[in-house]
Ligand binder design. Structure first.
Ligand code: NAD
Length: 492
């Protein structure tokens, strides 16, 4: 049986003391993938110290040389794509097609970051003094902590590790323990690509111990986090007194607005894909459909029929469209929210139960669920569920739709279905999300395009694209005076 360990200073190390938890396939909990050795606080200290020691030489390595190593990592990921996709599917539960899609995005991100190593430019700025030259340089922070969730176990780590390393930082990566196998494979690939020992370390461990120790270490200068809003805000608070830089991409409650003039087939299909694809376990998943009353009956009938049509099953089977929730705790959370929806008075149109039959009872499967007549004050309209559950909210017109869409603590993604140009541009102006889509699902993104949310979803600069380097670097401003004389003027 596989054992997943931490990777510190170029070596896989047994945790001290050894404490393990099983890594379980959520589609079949009789399939124990391996044992995860949880890093102790001492192990975490060693990982940070190794990153700290490796930093000066890595920082001095020319950025394009760092970029070549990152490009090697992209090539290795491409060569091992099927192995990585199978690992994601077995451990996280998304379908093979979804896992391959995640891999494509991750490889694209890593390739893009390799190219960025040749564009780590500053600015030259005209001075107001004669014979003076001013410019900016980008400087790495030092040791960066990359703390990631389980739902995109390759892509999210890739889009943190690659830009952090290209910028000249060293990294301590902490994946979710639920996805230790994919975290292990990714770490192996980056190191095989040619990173010197200590430049990328991985600790597998709980948030409360390993994560907390990582935040406590004075050598950690920046934290890039993706996960729930609750954890992100705790992390922000934990390191604020040390002025540690924090980037946090957190929860979502993403709305689609469905207008009467839209292509209803398109709206239904995109909403269904956004709500139920990846088992609703995407941060950008559609969880609220805000529908104008005049077409609401028809929308609800069609979306429920589409929800019932999805094939649930073993995600490694090519015919499967929806896999399980990632673990027992997430599965129970989803079922708990379905009960809350019923108790709060929403109309359950379809789903609403654990899915069984054909071996589904050995995994954490929930039927795709649609609630109608959800009101904005209900908990299923306000709180992130992170499962295959869609809430339909009926509204009278566009103004009410926008007000309801924006009546949320979250602000990650959104979408509108309409063919009216004026409505589209009013929506773009008024919707309060970091990403928005027109006539397409709330999900998806491209490697070279910034990604992230506003309100309680996002903190700090955006991830991905050139914008990602803003977080991983500090600007140094340089003034060069080549007059050879004492400065005259500009004495402020
Ligand atoms: P989580 O917040 O439970 O955990 C995320 C990571 O933080 C894990 O590695 C965990 O071990 C670690 N952690 C937990 N407590 C910690 C602590 N006190 N100190 C340091 N680290 C700690 O989230 P999750 O359940 O793994 O992931 C699901 C969440 O992630 C959802 O809310 C989803 O919306 C969000 N998410 C957001 C985005 C985005 O870009 N906005 C992308 C993917 C997922």
């Amino acid at each position: 049986m596989s054992v997943f360990r931490s990777y510190i200073n170029g070596k896989w190390l047994d945790s001290q003391p050894v404490k393990t938890v099983p890594n379980i396939n959520p589609a079949n909990y009789n399939d124990v993938i391996g044992m995860v050795q949880l890093a102790s606080r001492e192990d975490v200290k060693k990982a940070v110290e190794s990153a700290y020691v490796a930093f000066p030489a890595w920082k001095r390595t020319p950025a394009p040389v760092r970029g070549k190593i990152i490009a090697n990592a992209a090539r290795l990921m491409e060569c091992r794509k099927e192995e990585l996709a199978a690992a994601i599917t077995r451990e996280e539960g998304k379908t093979l097609a979804e896992a391959r899609g995640e891999l494509t995005r991750a490889i694209n991100v890593v390739e893009f970051c390799a190219g960025e190593s040749r564009r780590l430019t500053g600015e030259t700025i005209p001075s107001e003094l004669p014979s003076n030259f001013a410019y900016t340089l980008r400087m790495p922070h030092g040791v960066v902590a990359a703390i990631t969730p389980w739902n995109f176990p390759i892509a999210i780590p890739a889009w943190k590790i690659a830009p952090a390393l290209v910028a000249g930082n060293t990294v301590v990566f902490k994946p979710s323990t639920l996805t230790s196998m994919t975290g292990t494979l990714l770490t192996e690939i980056f190191n095989e690509a040619g990173l010197p020992p200590g430049v990328l370390n991985m600790i597998i461990g709980s948030g409360a111990d390993a994560g907390d120790e990582l935040l406590a270490h004075p050598a950690v200068k920046a934290v890039s986090f993706t996960g729930s809003t609750e954890t992100g805000l705790k992390i922000y608070e934990r390191v604020a007194a040390r002025c540690v830089r924090v980037q946090a991409e957190m929860g979502g409650k993403n709305p689609v607005i469905v207008m009467p003039d839209c292509d209803l087939n398109l709206a239904v299909e995109c909403t269904a894909q956004g709500a139920f694809g990846s088992t609703g376990q995407r941060c950008t998943a559609t969880s609220r459909a805000i529908v104008i009353e005049s077409i609401a009956d028809e929308f609800v009938e069609r979306i429920a029929s589409r929800a019932r049509s999805f094939r649930l099953g073993d995600p490694s089977n090519v015919d499967t469209e929806i896999g399980p929730s990632v673990d027992e705790s997430q599965f129970n959370t989803v079922l708990k929210y379905i009960d809350i929806g019923r108790e709060d008075g929403a109309s359950l149109i379809c789903g609403g139960r654990r899915a069984t039959g054909n071996g589904l009872e050995n995994g954490y499967f929930v039927e795709p669920t649609v609630f109608d007549k959800v009101t904005p004050d209900m908990r299923i309209a306000r709180e992130e569920i992170f499962g295959p559950v869609l809430s339909v909210l009926r509204v009278k017109d566009f103004e009410e739709a926008i007000a309801v869409a924006n009546d949320s603590d979250y602000g990650l993604s959104s979408s509108i279905f309409t063919n009216d140009a004026n409505t589209i541009y009013r929506f773009i102006d008024e919707i309060e999300t970091g990403i928005t889509h027109i006539n397409s699902p709330t999900t998806g993104g491209e490697a070279h395009i910034p990604f992230g949310g506003i309100k309680n979803t996002g903190l700090g600069p955006r991830e991905q694209g050139s914008a990602s380097l803003e977080f991983y670097t500090e600007l140094k401003v340089v003034y060069v005076d080549y007059t050879g004389r004492k400065r005259e003027g500009n004495l402020y």
